[in-house]
Design a protein around this ligand. Structure first.
Ligand code: UD1
Ligand code: CA
Length: 468
């Protein structure tokens, strides 16, 4: 590829009326990431020298959400057409650059396709990304010149003459199936010259970027093109139906990539990755699992149905059963979690820890082979090895104002339905009788309990209903 520097302009000034939302269109999310962020990330992947973002409505919100200091923000106060929009970004464009024009609402365009387009441009001044559509309605049509080109192998080798917008098209032109994706690369100097010449003398009264083509041809330039292989890549989003459709498309691609790496997805159509996932070998993921942020899953690990993983690191041979929610936590090798367990941020489980149903753990470190099997809350706790936490045990970590720490030594046994009022320390090997409420430390290796003595009442009878 040529050494010419690449500058990217992203058009994102559209109102997005058909989203029926107070949020700017390009901030709606695809796979948990704003639409325009997908486009910015793609531009970055191409090593763009600069990225200019043409914004209009809700610009402040877009700036705040992207919070990217290297972006060049160009306001388009009035939307007078795509040509006018590109003009707003001209200040930072250098004459010698390749200028790539992208769209903030076209999120699936790949780096590969754009590299092909740049290659197709070669040493020419301009190249277009086009597509062949079964149903081209609504798009600008690519008009090619057949004159003196009868020998060409395919009509697609005929030189491009101009682009005609649907609203300006005659019946004959409407039959053309090759369409303009809107994406193009143009030499900086030529782009400036041609933009200065376009007018708004058309059906929509707009400054059409597409008029560049005719200007180029008039100057004897050859307009090159690359036909996109996968039409989904050039689809834009105007409403929630298209948003949902491209979300599934995107998820399908991610699922295929993971399966290609060897991951078993029980149903790729019921899998959602909203972020990045690093996986080991022989990972099995059941249906309706949602993975968010940055996650890592080790070898031979299984993730049960309806589980949500958000920014977690999970080791090897781990079993996460159904309906668990894990966030910002680390799970060691051979742990078993769930069903119906919740790990909240800053939870760290070492090897072979068991966390059973209806257990919530927050900001706690649990060492090797300890078990919290049923109905417990463990918060702000440092727990040693081989501890057994009985069903219904609660660490009372909050006094209404401050959080306090619970420490539980190795081999401790906490009887069921115990309340440990923090700050508190349970010595190693200590046994706590079921039903205790402890607010003082428990000595190592001793039995401690605070249970009321059991009573028997003589002569008591259960009330009965009068039979009438
Ligand atoms: C444009 C192309 C058409 C192509 C189609 C592909 C023109 C004249 N036509 O038509 O050939 O087939 O895209 O989808 O370029 N925008 C601005 N400021 C403006 C106008 C538009 O930022 O003043 C942005 C919009 O936010 C949108 C994009 O540019 O993301 C395309 O604008 P739109 O008006 O939808 O163009 P189309 O009519 O679809
Ligand atoms: Ca459009």
């Amino acid at each position: 590829m040529s050494e010419t520097q690449l500058q990217v302009i992203i058009l994102a000034a559209g109102k997005g009326t058909r989203m029926y939302s107070s949020k700017p269109k390009v901030l709606h999310e695809l796979a948990g990431k704003p639409l325009v962020q997908h486009v910015v990330d793609c531009a970055r992947a191409l090593n763009a020298e600069s990225i200019s973002l043409v914004y209009g409505h809700g610009g402040e919100e877009v700036k705040k959400t992207l919070s990217d200091e290297t972006l060049i923000w160009c306001e388009q106060k009035e939307q007078l057409g795509t040509g006018h929009a590109v003009q707003q970004a001209m200040d930072s464009i250098s004459d010698s650059a390749n200028v790539l024009i992208l769209y903030g609402d076209v999120p699936l365009l790949s780096k590969d396709t754009l590299e092909q387009l740049l290659q197709a441009k070669g040493e020419q001044s301009i190249a277009l990304l086009t597509a062949n559509l079964e149903n081209p309605v609504g798009y600008g049509r690519i008009v090619r010149n057949s004159e003196n080109n009868e020998t060409a192998e395919s009509q697609l080798d005929w030189p491009i003459e101009r682009i005609v917008e649907e609203k300006d098209a005659s019946g004959l032109i409407k039959q053309i199936k090759e369409i303009n994706s809107g994406v193009m690369v143009v030499n900086g100097d030529k782009l400036k010259q041609w933009l200065a010449k376009i007018d708004n003398n058309n059906a929509q009264g707009e400054y059409y970027l597409t008029d560049l083509i005719e200007l180029a041809v008039k100057e004897g330039e050859r307009v090159n093109s690359y036909i996109v292989f996968d039409n989904k890549e050039i689809e834009g989003i105007n409403n929630k139906i298209q948003l949902a459709d491209l979300e599934r498309e995107y998820q399908k691609r991610q699922a295929i990539q993971l399966m290609t790496q060897g991951v078993t997805l029980k149903d790729p159509q019921r899998f959602d990755l909203r972020g990045e996932l690093e996986v080991g070998q022989d990972v099995i993921i059941d249906i309706n699992v949602i993975i968010e942020g940055q996650c890592k899953i080790g070898n031979n690990t299984q993730i049960g149905a309806n589980t949500i993983l958000k920014n977690v690191i999970i080791g090897d041979n781990v079993e996460i059963l159904e309906n668990c929610i894990l966030e910002k936590s680390q799970v060691g090798n051979k742990c078993c979690i769930g069903p119906f367990a919740r790990l909240r941020p800053e939870t760290q489980l070492e090897e072979k820890v068991k966390v059973g149903n209806f257990v919530e753990i927050k900001k706690s470190h649990i060492e090797k082979a300890s078990k919290v099997n049923h109905l417990s809350y463990i918060g702000d706790t440092e727990m040693g090895e081989n501890v057994n936490i009985g069903a219904g045990t609660i660490t009372c970590n909050y006094d209404g104002a401050y959080k306090h720490v619970t420490k539980i030594g190795d081999n401790a046994f906490i009887g069921s339905n115990t309340a440990l009022v923090a700050p508190i320390e349970i010595g190693h090997g200590a046994t706590i009788g079921a039903g205790s409420t402890l607010n003082k430390n428990a000595k190592e290796e001793k039995l401690t309990f605070s249970r009321a003595p059991q009573k028997m009442i003589n002569g008591w009878k259960r009330p009965t209903k009068n039979k009438t």
